[in-house]
Design a protein around this ligand. Structure first.
Ligand code: NAP
Length: 290
């Protein structure tokens, strides 16, 4: 599908993509670019890349497909740095967890004749770095493409086929809508996990309670999510501010309603709510997204 693919950011997502592209025979040569030589050396030692560099100009030189897989906050500078070295007709995509802010920052930096087709593979773990990468990460998961209205249909099709070729299902969505959907399905759950783990840790320190000893009671699952990469998640919240604040407002109202039910001893409200959410879990399992 591609002769030379440049992956900018060779952490969990970039390394997994490199491995998947090679496994499915979709790229002749995969070059990786990271901020530090240490990361490139690790990725090369693990056999993830065909070549690696910290020089973005060298990485994108002659590449027909470029994937931005660094934290979203770095995208503008990366787009600026690579723009003069992109070959005409090249396709630039990204794996960023927010989409409208990425379109607003990256698209204006790219030269005419280069296609920009943003995407978000809804697949990940709480681990970071090239050593966290694995070829099966994307299999059976969804990838949302958010091409701006004027995008070239052939370029959209090529990016779609690339994600499908490594086992993903794809859907095209308006970027702003994507950001709202992900605010509730991904960003807010991470914020809640970061909050609850912080609260429990403070409690542990102040009261010497056995928070960690008895973590299996539900807290453990939050600690896994709250172990996610701090820089990546800082950038997600800074770049999807409006949608996250909107969802946080709704969440706070619903939390207050449950708080009131507990205070009033209103068991029916609690049980009805929990019965409804149990059904939602079944739906997630049925959709094979569990
Ligand atoms: P990660 O494991 O922390 O890896 C980030 C990579 O980006 C590292 O190789 C890092 O290089 C590189 N990098 C950082 N700043 C850079 C810069 N200025 N120039 C070049 N490279 C730079 O992150 P990740 O989890 O793969 O996430 C990457 C992207 O995918 C993010 O935009 C995130 O929103 C998105 N995403 C993540 C997930 C998830 O679950 N993790 C899921 C879907 C999408 P060094 O090691 O040398 O610093």
């Amino acid at each position: 599908m591609f002769d030379r693919v440049a992956i900018i950011g060779t952490g969990l997502i970039g390394a997994s993509l490199a491995l998947a592209l090679k496994r499915h025979g979709l790229a002749n040569h995969v070059v990786g670019c990271a901020r530090t030589q240490e990361t490139i050396d690790k990725a090369l030692a693990l056999g993830i890349l065909d070549s690696g560099t910290t020089d973005i100009a060298a990485a994108v030189n002659n590449a027909d497909f470029i994937m931005l897989a660094a934290p979203v906050g770095a995208f503008r500078d990366l787009a600026k740095a690579m723009a003069p070295h992109l070959k005409p007709g090249a396709i630039v995509s990204d794996a960023g967890s927010v989409k409208q802010a990425v379109i607003d920052t990256v698209a204006p930096e790219l030269p005419a004749g280069v296609h920009f087709i943003p995407a978000h593979p809804i697949a990940g773990t709480e681990h970071s770095g090239p050593e966290a990468g694995f070829a099966e990460l994307f299999e059976g998961r969804w990838c949302i493409l958010t091409p701006p209205p004027e995008s070239d249909p052939t370029a959209i099709e090529k990016v779609t086929q690339m994600w499908r070729g490594i086992g993903m299902q794809t859907e095209i969505m308006d970027a702003e809508h994507h950001d709202k959907v992900l605010a509730i399905t991904s960003h807010l759950p991470h914020l809640i996990a970061y909050t609850i783990v912080g609260t429990a840790t403070d409690l542990e320190a102040h009261t010497k309670s056995e928070v960690f000893k008895f973590a299996a009671g539900g807290f453990r699952d939050f600690t896994r999510i709250a172990a996610s990469d701090p820089v990546m998640w800082r950038d997600v919240f800074l770049n999807n501010r409006e949608a996250v604040l909107d969802m946080l407002g709704r969440f706070t109202e619903d939390l207050s309603a449950l708080q009131k039910a507990i205070r009033n001893g209103d068991g029916k409200t609690l049980e009805d709510h929990f019965a409804r959410t149990r059904e939602i879990r079944r739906g997630v399992i049925d959709a094979k997204q569990a």
